[in-house]
Design a protein around this ligand. Structure first.
Ligand code: SF4
Ligand code: SF4
Length: 148
């Protein structure tokens, strides 16, 4: 591996700086979809309902710095837990790298353009609704079969 390689090919996740780690997020928003867990089987289903803090247009968290306090269920990704979070989208940069893969060419770090994740149809843009607009009792009706 040459020194000219980008940082995500040169460094293991656990050795990245905070800035590098945060820049890996492609902004797809898919990990912010509300998930439902079957109490009997433990199976996790995904809905098209996004966390109330997610901006549906930009697909970014509107209070990232305080997300754990605002949304206690929000999972903070770390190099140690990413491998165990089987529900993370298959396109997620953290998951891809944790599994020995590479970033797709639509990833903003590769393309240099934060819009490419949306143009590639990988993000939530245009296909999710905010949790603020959905009643809890209706969540089960919002389960989707999307390939994440
Ligand atoms: S799925 Fe991964 S890349 Fe997409 S928003 Fe979540 S952390 Fe970022
Ligand atoms: S709090 Fe922010 S980062 Fe966490 S799930 Fe909600 S929108 Fe996503």
């Amino acid at each position: 591996m040459s020194a000219g390689e980008p940082f995500w090919r040169r460094k293991p996740l656990g050795e990245m700086s905070r800035r590098e780690w945060e820049s890996l997020c492609d902004g797809c928003g898919k990990c912010c979809l509300v998930k439902l867990e079957d109490e009997d089987t433990g199976e996790i289903e995904t809905t098209d309902v996004a966390c109330r803090l997610l901006d549906i247009g930009t697909c970014r968290c509107t209070d990232y710095g305080h997300r754990k306090r605002r949304v206690p269920d929000c999972v903070r990704l770390t190099p140690d837990n990413i491998g165990a979070l089987r529900w993370m989208p298959s396109t997620c940069a953290y998951r891809l790298l944790a599994e020995g893969g590479d970033l797709f060419d639509w990833h903003p770090l590769v393309s240099g353009d934060p819009e490419t994740v949306h143009r590639a149809g990988v993000s939530l843009r245009g296909r999710a609704v905010s949790e603020r607009r959905v009643r809890d009792e209706d969540l089960a009706d919002r389960v989707v079969e999307w390939e994440l």
